[in-house]
Design a protein around this ligand. Structure first.
Ligand code: HDD
Length: 700
């Protein structure tokens, strides 16, 4: 009897609330609101029929007295809450943060100070502009919001996958978002920056230039959440147990390396699988390929001018290059459990920059100051009142005794008579604490000056760091930036906006501006004097060293007669590294030979190359020919993905126009250990960068 067919554990249909659900439960307090086996009304009355409304006769009108019908429909009518005004589309996971103890000299924050200390976390990733139902892979900044449920209260690190922001002052946030969101007349385009109002705004507010460069770089189209860096953006002030302070910037360093899609791939994926990133994360966690980051800090002296090497630390459009202030690693975060319920957890989670713990204080960064207001405020509309911290996902893991009372959606039954302080009725409590008992005591930082609507002069340099970013990229990454600007500005209707943007680009890099101008068919802007900047290699994401491949997906093309034993051994070799093998075949169903049965994971008519990080043709499948297979292989080749074949599989590559001798095309006689090893190394390098000159037009 043939063995049991292989089941693709990561196929979407299998992503069900099973193991992950159980794992996540202890992380959420009071998560179970349902009990018993019978269907009931909201009041616990057992229901005999939920498919037919109560009628006056089988063909008669429905009756108003049908309380079950009315309750069922009323509740449904009110199921939606307003989506987030920004970062509406997101996906989240539970995990744990483990401290290395190395931050103890900088901060007294308990979750960082003690080596080995573990703190539960909930992390939500998001796009900024698109609405809740938009696609994951659009070009955009990604949100990276982490909730640490610490013993001292909840700490939220609400960052992005880019270290700078479009604006320097929170008062402009409604403006930049109005400009980035779809045009108000037709609500087009969805989740895109490639339109007039966005480029109108950023060309007029040149402080946006640095962030725009990050968006137009490969950082704007991440391969997956697990391959994104994260940044707290602002400078924070840390305080240690001795009361000493230091300024700090937060960094999340992905263990899987920083990797992106290529633009054409991102666009195809948005249609082929709009849920690409959330599926990748959920599947990875379900398969045990957990997502991991190290938390790092850039520590900078707390000087009165709050500057470092001429960089204003209060300006959120500036970075401190890692070469000037190394990122010191202080802990590790592992995301290891999927949410049980999207609405209850991912949708209702509420982040807030004011959720701080002792040892972490804010600075006067004017963007940060405004954010401290906005996050609490927005939840009042979104979550319908002031009691959202009582929702299970938002409940602190520290004791709460807050004297806040009543209000919409109050679920606590408070005892006592005196929710005020001081009191002589409830025994005088709850009592305030001092710093030695863990109270948050605001640092007495000096503040002087005239009331003024304005910014420091040091906020005026809008171009030097954009240039620093651009010149730090490899030529290939620079090509991608040129292509992105050309694509986006080509979608801008107003010529004046395109010209203004070109003039801004010329203030960053002359050659770049020239290449984009040529692409747009517009005059090359006049060259201007550009500042000398020392490149920061840490800003480039292409690494010559192969990284981990957990969560990566290899497609293996097979058909009748394919070497199923070879496929099974390749699957085992990949699984040992946390990667997944999926069989691609012209039709769905099973492939079988005398000893093996394999299930086809992806029929050719239902897949596209974008679902795979590498594609390999199995031996024995050499006679397969299919127009969709040609497209799949050519696309994977064009997107610089590792390709390969064993045995006569190479014939399929050649028939599709992919030369087995080309860069990054691996061939072998059989799917042995050597072939698997080469494939894992190629996957770990993410793309076959050497192939780029063959598939990308040479830079002008
Ligand atoms: Fe914000 C959501 C990140 C500037 C106002 N923001 C939000 C989220 C992230 C960020 C990751 C999604 C949180 C979640 O998953 O629920 N925002 C940033 C970063 C910024 C930034 C890194 C700059 C450094 N944001 C910013 C400004 C303002 C806001 C300047 C307003 C003045 N952000 C909001 C908000 C949101 C939000 C309106 C929408 C939903 C929410 O807060 O809970 O309050």
């Amino acid at each position: 009897m043939p063995p049991k067919p292989h089941q693709d554990q990561s196929a979407p249909a299998k992503v069900s609330p099973t193991g992950a659900t159980e794992r996540s439960l202890p992380l959420v307090r009071d998560a179970r609101s349902q009990s018993g086996d019978h269907l009931t009304t909201a009041n616990g009355l057992r229901v005999d029929d939920t498919d037919h409304s109560l009628k006056a006769g089988r063909r008669g009108p429905s009756l108003l007295e049908d309380f079950h019908l009315r309750e069922k429909i009323t509740h449904f009518d009110h199921e939606r809450i307003p989506e987030r005004v920004v970062h509406a589309r997101g996906a989240a996971a539970h995990g744990v943060f483990t401290s290395y103890g190395s931050a103890a000299s900088a901060t007294k924050a308990g979750f960082l100070a003690e080596k080995g200390k573990q703190t539960p976390v909930f992390v939500r990733f998001s796009t900024v502009l698109g609405s809740r139902g938009s696609a994951d892979t659009v070009r955009d900044t990604r949100g990276f919001a982490v909730k640490f449920y610490t013993d001292e209260g909840t700490f939220d690190l609400v960052g992005n996958n880019m270290p700078v922001f479009f604006i320097q002052d929170a008062i402009k946030f409604p403006d930049v978002i109005h400009a980035g969101k779809p045009h108000p007349d037709r609500e087009i385009p969805q989740a895109q920056s490639a339109h007039d109002t966005f480029w109108d705004f950023v060309s007029l507010h040149t402080e946006a230039t640095h962030h725009v460069f990050w968006n137009m770089s490969d950082r704007g189209i991440p391969r997956s959440y697990r391959t994104m860096e994260g940044f707290g953006v602002h400078t924070f002030r840390l305080e240690n147990a001795a009361g000493e302070t230091v300024l700090a910037k937060w960094h999340w360093k992905p263990v899987a390396g920083v990797h992106s899609l290529v633009w054409e791939e991102a666009q195809i994926t948005a249609g082929m699988d709009p849920d690409f990133h959330r599926r990748d994360m959920a599947d990875g966690i379900e398969n045990g390929a957990f997502l991991e980051w190290e938390l790092g800090l850039q520590l900078l002296p707390d000087t009165p001018d709050e500057m470092f090497e001429g960089i204003d630390l209060l300006d959120p459009t500036k970075i401190v290059p890692e070469e000037l202030a190394p990122v010191q690693l202080v802990g590790r975060m592992t995301l290891n459990a999927n949410p049980t319920n999207y609405f209850a957890e991912t949708e209702q989670v509420a982040f807030h920059l004011g959720n701080l713990v002792p040892g972490i204080q804010v600075t006067n960064d004017p963007l940060l100051q405004g954010r401290l207001f906005s996050y609490l405020d927005t939840q009042l509309t979104r979550l319908g009142g002031p009691n959202f911290t009582q929702l299970p996902i938002n409940r602190p893991h520290a004791d709460v005794n807050d004297n806040l009372r009543d209000g919409m959606h109050q679920t606590a039954v408070h005892t006592g008579l005196a929710p005020y302080l001081p009191n002589s009725v409830d025994g005088g409590g709850p009592r305030t604490a001092d710093a030695s008992e863990g109270a948050y005591v605001t640092l007495p930082t000096p503040t002087t000056g005239e009331k003024v609507r304005g910014a420091a002069v040091s906020f005026d340099d809008h171009f030097t760091q954009a240039r620093l970013f651009y010149v730090s990229l490899t030529p290939l990454e620079q090509d991608h930036v040129v292509e992105a600007f050309t694509f986006e500005l080509a979608k801008v209707f107003e010529k004046g906006i395109r010209e203004r943007m070109l003039a801004n680009l010329a203030r960053v890099d002359t050659a770049l501006a020239g290449r984009v101008a040529v692409g747009l068919g517009l005059p090359v802007p006049e060259a201007v004097d550009l500042p000398e900047v020392a490149p920061s290699p840490a800003l480039s994401q292409i690494s010559p060293v192969p990284g981990p491949v957990a969560g990566r997906v290899v497609g293996v093309v097979a058909g009748p007669g394919a070497d199923l034993a070879g496929i099974a051994s390749l699957r085992d070799a990949l699984a040992a590294q946390g990667a997944v093998l999926r069989i691609i075949s012209p039709v769905a169903g099973e492939l079988a030979d005398g000893t093996h049965v394999e299930i086809v994971d992806r029929a050719l008519y239902a897949t596209r190359s974008v679902e795979f990080d590498a594609v390999v043709v199995a031996g024995g499948a050499g006679s397969l020919r299919h127009p969709k297979l040609d497209v799949l292989l050519q696309e994977a080749f064009r997107h610089l993905k590792p390709l390969g074949a064993w045995g006569d599989g190479a014939l399929v590559l050649r028939a599709a126009g992919v030369a087995p001798e080309a860069a990054g095309v691996l061939t072998a006689d059989e799917a042995g250990a050597g072939f698997a090893e080469q494939l894992v190394t190629a996957l770990g390098l993410h793309r076959v960068w050497d192939r780029a000159p063959q598939v990308v037009p040479q830079p002008a």
